[in-house]
Design a protein around this ligand. Structure first.
Ligand code: PMP
Length: 360
């Protein structure tokens, strides 16, 4: 009999064996400001009403027609253009994988500006797609037009991801530059609007200009990170193809019902987003007043800041009970940077105090 180690050696992909798993930082007892979650719970009355709704769901059945109702509700919520369709994912993370699966022809390339959302690259590693990251302009974190156009010409990418606003830099790229990237793209372009609830502009009004552009959104940052629901809007010619590679029951009956409930109460979530936008301004002002700290402008529920010593800031804040993200080693353009999620007013006060105390 072969040993288990022997079997794994034979069957597992060598690169999978080398891979490190995605680690979620333990956060119990911390002020958790590391993952762009909405810090607000539902008001108790709504939480109770949600519990009652979920209590009536037939969990013995696979998801069925109720998913179509959810799709219709999301289309209304987003204001999806006439003639477009949407496909649902277990978070937009899954949609990124599904797009990769659908476009995974030999030699296919995915291109995205960097620093950017890590899953674009991770999904490529998993699927064996080529990934090309094109650095943003240092300091402004704007798209580097010449570099983007040259990379598109050289690599002829099947997919281009533009996060709008971008993670972790928080900015919205210039619209005219995006337009030129879209026009130069030989394949599909995905505008990833995960942070749309906090942004001053969005791409939806322009979506119908280009049939090869898809718009991806999620309920995660809106206040429902726990239910895992992302959606991708596009022309039926594209969406119907992505549907073919989607696992049939990827959105559970509980997720579906919770999302429908949330959309019925979207005003509550919009109010929360409004508070977070105000808090973002306050946070940026407070950060700018700290010695040696430079916050970058943000259109998302996070603020990237350059600090005198990112490791020291991260550890010092952690020791004071505040968990943030140290992105200083994730990309050369982010040297010395930390990413701070906007929390409740009280959490932000604690975060600012913890950072101030951790600078020296
Ligand atoms: N896109 C961007 C730009 C993100 O930052 C994130 C999450 N951090 C996602 C997509 C994924 O969101 P989810 O899977 O929770 O829908």
């Amino acid at each position: 009999m072969r040993s288990l180690e022997d079997r794994l050696e034979r069957v597992l992909r060598p690169d999978v064996r080398q891979m490190r798993p995605y680690v979620v930082q333990p956060s119990a007892g911390f002020v958790k400001l590391d993952a762009m979650e909405n810090p607000f719970r539902l008001p108790p009355a709504l939480q109770q009403a949600l519990g009652e709704r979920l209590g009536r769901v037939a969990i013995n059945r696979y998801p069925g027609e109720r998913i179509d109702e959810l799709k219709a509700a999301l289309a209304r919520h987003a204001g999806m253009p006439e003639g477009y369709r949407l496909v649902l994912g277990n978070g937009s993370d899954e949609l990124i994988t599904l797009l990769g699966v659908a476009c995974n022809r030999p030699g296919a390339t995915v291109l995205a500006p960097t620093p950017g959302f890590v899953m674009y690259e991770v999904s490529c590693e998993l699927l064996g797609l080529r990934y090309v990251g094109v650095p943003l302009v240092p300091q402004t974190f704007e798209l580097d037009e010449a570099a983007m156009l040259a990379a598109i010409e050289a690599h002829q990418p099947a997919l281009i991801y533009i996060a709008y606003p971008n993670n972790p830099t928080g900015n919205l790229f210039d619209d005219a530059l995006i337009e030129r990237v879209i026009e130069a793209a030989p394949g599909l372009v995905v505008i990833d609007e995960a942070y749309q609830p906090f942004a001053s502009r969005h791409y939806l009004d322009r979506l119908t200009r280009h049939p090869h552009v898809l718009l991806m959104r999620t309920l995660s940052k809106f206040g429902l990170a726990g239910i895992r629901l992302g959606y991708l809007m596009g022309r039926p010619e594209i969406v119907d193809q992505v549907e073919k590679v989607r696992p049939p029951y990827n959105v559970s009956v509980l997720n579906c019902e919770a999302a429908l409930f949330a959309l019925e109460h979207e005003d509550e979530f919009r109010r929360q987003a409004e508070v977070l936008r105000r808090e973002r301004s306050r946070l940026i002002e407070a950060l700018a007043a700290l010695p040696g700290v430079r916050p970058f402008p943000s259109e998302a529920n996070m603020v990237l800041a350059r600090v005198p010593d990112a490791d020291r800031a991260f550890e010092g804040m952690k020791a004071r009970g505040v968990l943030i993200k140290n992105v200083s080693r994730s990309h050369p353009l982010l040297a010395g940077c930390v990413r701070l999620t906007v929390g409740t007013p009280e959490e932000n006060d604690r975060m600012i105090a913890a950072l101030a105390a951790s600078l020296t």
